[in-house]
Design a protein around this ligand. Structure first.
Ligand SMILES: NC(=O)c1ccc[n+]([C@@H]2O[C@H](COP(=O)([O-])OP(=O)(O)OC[C@H]3O[C@@H](n4cnc5c(N)ncnc54)[C@H](O)[C@@H]3O)[C@@H](O)[C@H]2O)c1
Ligand SMILES: O=C(O)C(=O)C[C@@H](O)[C@H](O)[C@H](O)COP(=O)(O)O
Ligand SMILES: [Zn+2]
Length: 373
């Protein structure tokens, strides 16, 4: 799935082959103002519900809505507060009601302009409003460009469990403009790098080595390195999603590496305390220690991840939260089957295995071993 077929909107295109749900990820620089032409090249549209957050709207709402209007599209603009708490039932209800009040119908489309919060939330609105509207992703964070805008997992949180209400709803297209990352705050940018490291560990040892060799250019947001990490991450995610769209065979679950710990950390600490990528960083190291405890992963490989994540300015230590609360949050993970915890356990850099029957005590040791000494 090498990036191919450059178009006016993209210097690279990654295809996501899913039969009638197939779509392209168009990756370029400076293509945001082409959104209107891009969407109308994919289907005819008369009404778009454009969903964004307050920070992103400040920078990019006008060029995007003007570009849609220039194609004769009526635009309903819905802006929610920035941050994880917006992935909620309350915000969803507001969006459903406002879309309805502005005459949404089954031919309307939903456009997500923002990071993973907006992509997950807007995708959920698209999937549920009038039982399903076409949906387009314009990801504006690194995390959303390398991960959340691809693959169709959409949804919201409940106070007790992350992403617990949602569905699979593939976008009709993903438009990535890496130039928008210039305005992304540093902490948010670093958070996205954690998911990039994840792809190296789960699937691609050469990519992991490339990341180890390019720490400074990554921190500097070097344009060439950015194009490479975005395109490679999208290719890897597209391959996995194409083979196991709905996480039924277990293959797609590898994208959840580190996430059982990560989601427990995000939930118990209160959504928004840890950015998702920060919690992924902490979670991947817990999963690595778990691999060591199970005798399938060696300490040197854990150290390589530790070194890379630290060099990228990501957190690696486990905070001392209520252990019972962490364990019960992990027990609400969507990988749990028949009441049993399942983890993505690394065996080597580039290979991870979905593993069942891990005693809760061992899983918790891998957590507490990460406390700051
Ligand atoms: N669906 C999936 O497959 C998937 C994958 C990974 C993560 N996620 C979800 O994604 C969410 C995290 O996404 P995120 O890290 O993008 O966070 P986010 O959407 O909260 O965006 C981060 C912050 O950056 C701001 N921002 C976004 N783009 C900007 C830009 N270009 N310039 C300036 N500011 C900008 C936003 O306003 C926000 O304050 C979590 O809810 C996580 O669960 C989903
Ligand atoms: O796309 C996937 O599949 C992933 O697991 C990607 C993850 O990075 C992402 O955080 C996802 O939202 C987690 O999904 P969940 O099913 O554990 O809620
Ligand atoms: Zn994630």
């Amino acid at each position: 799935m090498t990036p191919t077929n450059p178009t006016a909107f993209a210097s690279q295109t990654v295809h996501v082959p899913l039969s009638e749900r197939s779509y392209d990820i168009s990756i370029g620089t400076g293509n945001l103002a082409e959104v209107g032409r891009w969407i109308t090249s994919l289907r005819s549209v008369t009404h778009a519900v454009l969903i964004s957050d307050a920070n992103v709207a400040q920078h990019y709402l006008n060029p995007v809505s003007e570009s849609l209007e220039a194609e004769g599209i009526r635009v309903t603009t819905l802006v929610v507060p920035a941050g994880e708490p917006s992935k909620s039932v309350g915000t969803s209800q507001e969006l459903w009601e406002k879309a309805l009040a502005d005459r949404v119908d089954r031919k309307s489309i939903v456009v997500a302009l923002g990071g993973g919060v907006i992509g997950d939330l807007a995708g959920f609105i698209a999937a549920t409003m009038t039982r399903g509207l076409d949906f387009f992703q314009i990801p504006t964070t690194l995390l959303a460009q390398v991960d959340s805008s691809v693959g169709g997992k959409v949804g919201i949180n409940l106070p007790a469990a992350k992403n617990i209400v949602g569905c699979f709803w593939q976008p009709k297209g993903v438009l990535i403009d890496t130039a928008v990352l210039e305005t992304l705050p540093r902490r948010e940018y670093l958070s996205g790098l954690a998911e990039v490291v994840k792809y190296g560990v789960i699937l691609d040892p050469e990519f992991f080595e490339y990341l180890e060799a390019n720490v400074q250019p990554m921190l500097d947001r070097d344009a060439v390195v950015l194009q490479k990490i975005v395109a490679r991450s999208c290719e890897l995610k597209a391959q996995v999603v194409a083979e196991d769209e709905r996480e039924t065979t277990g293959l797609r679950a590898i994208l959840n590496y580190g996430h059982t710990y990560c989601h427990a950390l995000e939930t118990v600490s209160g959504y928004g305390q840890y950015l998702h990528g920060e919690a992924v960083s902490v979670g991947m190291l817990c999963a690595s220690r778990l691999g060591e405890k199970l005798g399938v992963f060696d300490q040197e490989a854990t150290k390589r991840q530790y070194k890379l994540l630290t060099a990228l300015g990501l957190p690696v230590d486990v905070p001392k939260l209520d252990k019972e609360a962490i364990l019960s949050a992990m027990q609400r993970d969507k990988k749990v089957e028949h009441g049993k915890l399942r983890f993505i356990v690394p065996h080597s850099i580039g290979k991870v295995v979905l593993t069942s029957d891990i005693p809760a005590g061992v899983a918790m040791e891998a957590w507490t071993d990460g406390y700051v000494s």
